[in-house]
Design a protein around this ligand. Sequence first.
Ligand SMILES: [Fe+2]
Length: 146
Amino acid sequence: MLAESLKTLLATEYAYTVKAQQFHWNVEGADFVQLHEFFQTIYEDAYSAIDPTAEYIRSLEEYTPGSFERFLELSQIGGQTRIPRARLMIEELLANSMTMIELLNQCFAEAEAENKQDIANFIAERLSQHNKYAWQMRSLLKEARA
Ligand SMILES: [Fe+2]
């Protein structure tokens, strides 16, 4: 059911945003400037999706979750209470991006099945953003060619 999947998406995107911001704050190392800015781009973009997602849930005549407690119950992404090294931050956020992409694909299919083209369109744009970040993180992790 689309509304339920959007609640999961909302909570998961919130968890994703918080993690990207945590990494923005705490990243260290030779690539500090690049990664500090990269994580900021990601969390700002992810954050921008939260309000529209919540309002689409309301447009489906469901109430939207809005507490840490509910987000923790619903999120498919776990939090990070430690401070990983820079490379591990990228690996973890990339894995979380793949979870986001899977969830977005599910929401897209349900939006189409329920004939909610406006929501499908929004989800498609979110997929595009997350696919872009996944590509960028895979590229960051790859060894440079000799
Ligand atoms: Fe900042």
